[in-house]
Ligand binder design. Structure first.
Ligand code: HEC
Ligand code: HEC
Length: 221
């Protein structure tokens, strides 16, 4: 089963010259911002939103809605990836009303509800974290301190070392999304999600961007 990455707006970020690497990183900060609308009231889980709002149609299959738990019905939908699905849920598609009929839901709310429904239907997605809510998503620096640094500070088992500019520029030359994906799925001696089961895809991105930036930024003394 192929697992699609949420929040992957940029498909191939190519980095030719090292000098353009930082500029390229600046541009990826923009798609990042998508989905980070201001929080509307308290944080709600995908499960509670899906049960309160989406289930009205998605529990019964009303008007042809893919039923929560129906793996086949969701397999094709899921293959479009979270950003496409959430765009459809935001804008509405055929008999699916915009925002699931509830204008108060933010795009993050929708993404969470979708992730919940997908996961109830054979998927294994990570519920997106609302960055607008402090204390939820961890920063790249925090994650690296908590875990990634165990290997990436020392270069254990061939991990690209933080500060090793060439190693990181090489890795990222095929596109940032690619290295983030291998961080999520694991690669060689690198465990899936760096060994942190609860790290979200967005946090993974932040940690990778942090290590890359630390390795390629001019040294400040
Ligand atoms: C009034 C009924 C109704 C409600 C309420 C509703 N949906 Fe839907 N939804 C549909 C129908 C019908 C479809 C199938 C549309 C189609 O593909 O023709 C659908 C399809 C979808 C899809 C698949 C879109 C795609 O591109 O294949 C997603 C994702 C989705 N709904 C998310 C949600 C979320 C999240 C909520 C709650 C916040 C929600 N829906 C609430 C009726 C509803
Ligand atoms: C147990 C040691 C270990 C930990 C912990 C670890 N890594 Fe790694 N990481 C590695 C090794 C080893 C490689 C090189 C794998 C290879 O290319 O064979 C690697 C490679 C990577 C790559 C490059 C992937 C590629 O496609 O070239 C990224 C990105 C990465 N790690 C991110 C992270 C992040 C983010 C964390 C923390 C959340 C983390 N790693 C934690 C050992 C680790």
């Amino acid at each position: 089963m192929s697992r699609k990455l949420p929040n992957c707006g940029i498909s191939s970020l190519r980095i030719g010259a090292m000098s353009s690497a930082r500029g390229a990183l600046m541009t990826i900060a923009i798609p990042f911002a998508f989905g980070m609308m201001p929080a509307q009231g308290a944080e709600r889980s995908g499960e509670s939103i899906a049960k309160e709002v989406c289930a009205a149609c998605h529990k019964t299959g009303e008007k042809g809605a893919p039923v929560i738990g129906d793996k086949d019905a969701w397999a094709k939908r899921k293959a479009q990836g979270l950003s496409k699905l959430s765009q459809h849920a935001l804008e509405g598609i055929r008999n699916m009303p915009s925002h699931g009929g509830n204008a108060g839901l933010s795009s993050t709310d929708l993404e969470r509800a979708i992730t919940y429904m997908v996961n109830q239907s054979g998927g294994r997605w990570t519920e997106p974290v609302n960055k607008a809510v402090p204390g939820k998503a961890r920063t790249g620096a925090q994650l690296v301190k908590a875990k990634c640094g165990d290997c990436h500070l020392t270069g254990a088992n061939g991990a690209p070392k933080i500060g090793d500019r060439d190693a990181w520029v090489n890795r990222v030359s095929g596109g940032l999304d690619k290295v983030i994906a291998s961080g999520i799925h694991g690669r060689g001696a690198m465990p899936p999600r760096g060994g942190m089961a609860d790290i979200t895809d967005a946090e993974m991105r932040a940690a990778v961007v942090y290590m890359f930036t630390e390795s390629t930024a001019p040294k400040k003394k």
